[in-house]
Design a binder for this molecule. Structure first.
Ligand SMILES: [Ca+2]
Length: 285
C-alpha cells in the first residue's frame, strides 16, 4: 500500500513535470474541455485536428458541490504495459489517461490506466474530476470514450443505519484507492418509514470470486429485513452485475465481506424508498 502510494505520488509528479516541460512554466494543453452538465461524454476525438508529438489534453468536470461522479470508459485503447502503473517505457509517460481527484492536474492523482482493457467505473471523491491524456508519439495516440453521471454524495464508512429515502453506498476503499479494502465486514441497515418498500440497485459491481462457487472469498449479501438474521435474498461475488432487488418491508440489510487477500473495484449501490400506500391504493392517501 505504501509502495503504491509512493509510486502514485512519484508518477503524478513526473506527469506534471512532463506537462510543464512541454510548454515551459506551466502545463498548457492542446485540447480537451470543461464539462459542467450532470451527465456527459468526452473522448480522444476532442484531439482531432491537432497533430505532432508530445501532445496533452485535459478535461475537467465540475458538478454541483453536493454531488460526485461515476466515470466509465466505454472504449479504451492505449499502449499496453505489463505493470499496474503503466510505466515500463521509462520516462516516456505515454500512460494516459491520468485521472485526478479534483478540478485541476494538481489535484491528487486517482489513478491511470493503459492497455486495451478499460478500467472499471471510477467514483470521484469530490464534485470535480480531471482527466489528462498525454502521448509522446503520434503513432501511439491513445483512444478512448468516457461517460460520466452524477450521484448524491455516498454514505461513507463500513456499515451503518441509513434512514434517508434515498442513499448511495460504496464499498470502503473504492473511492480512495480504486479497490475495496481487505478484511472488511460491513453491515448497512436501511430503515425507511412504514408503508414503504426499498428498491436496491447496484451501480457497478466487481468482487473477487465467481458467482456459483459459493462466493468463498468476498461477497455482498442482501437480507429482506432489519438484520442479518432476516431472510437472505442473495449472495453476490465476481463480475456479474446483480439485478435490482425490491424488499417486501421497509427494511433491508446489506452485508459486505472481504477476506485478507485480492481486492477488486468493489461495488456501488443506491436505494430508493417507495411509499406502498399510494402505489397500491391508486389514489390520494
Ligand atoms: Ca478478497
Amino acid at each position: 500500500m505504501n509502495i503504491n502510494l509512493f509510486s502514485s505520488l512519484f508518477w503524478g509528479a513526473l506527469v506534471l513535470w512532463k506537462g510543464a516541460e512541454l510548454t515551459g512554466e506551466a502545463a498548457v494543453y492542446a485540447c480537451g474541455r470543461s464539462l459542467t452538465e450532470p451527465f456527459g461524454r468526452f473522448s480522444s476525438q476532442d484531439a482531432n485536428g491537432t497533430s505532432g508529438r508530445n501532445m496533452s489534453c485535459l478535461w475537467t468536470i465540475v458538478v454541483p458541490a453536493d454531488r460526485v461522479m461515476i466515470l466509465t470508459f466505454t472504449s479504451f485503447q492505449h499502449e499496453a504495459f505489463s505493470d499496474p502503473w503503466c510505466r515500463n517505457r521509462g520516462v516516456k509517460v505515454n500512460v494516459s489517461p491520468n485521472i485526478f481527484n479534483g478540478d485541476s492536474d494538481r489535484s491528487p492523482l486517482m489513478g491511470r490506466q493503459c492497455g486495451s482493457i478499460p478500467p472499471g467505473p471510477l467514483v470521484s471523491a469530490t464534485n470535480a474530476l480531471t482527466v489528462v491524456s498525454y502521448w509522446d508519439n503520434i503513432a501511439y495516440r491513445p483512444r478512448f470514450i468516457a461517460t460520466y453521471r452524477t450521484i448524491d454524495r455516498p454514505w461513507i464508512g463500513c456499515g451503518g443505519r441509513l434512514t434517508k429515502l434515498t442513499e448511495t453506498i460504496i464499498s470502503p476503499g473504492t473511492i480512495q484507492h480504486g479497490r475495496y479494502k481487505p478484511n472488511m465486514d460491513c453491515v448497512w441497515t436501511i430503515a425507511t418509514p412504514p408503508d414503504h418498500v426499498i428498491i436496491f440497485t447496484f451501480l457497478f459491481f466487481s468482487l473477487e470470486g465467481i458467482l456459483g462457487q459459493k462466493c468463498r472469498y468476498d461477497y455482498v449479501q442482501l437480507f429482506n429485513g432489519s438484520s442479518t438474521s432476516s431472510p437472505a435474498m442473495g449472495m453476490f461475488c465476481g463480475r456479474a452485475h446483480p439485478s435490482p432487488f425490491v424488499s417486501t418491508t421497509n427494511f433491508l440489510t446489506v452485508r459486505f465481506y472481504s477476506d485478507s487477500t485480492v481486492s477488486r473495484r468493489g461495488f456501488g449501490a443506491t436505494y430508493r424508498a417507495i411509499g406502498t400506500r399510494s402505489a397500491t391504493a391508486g389514489g390520494p392517501q
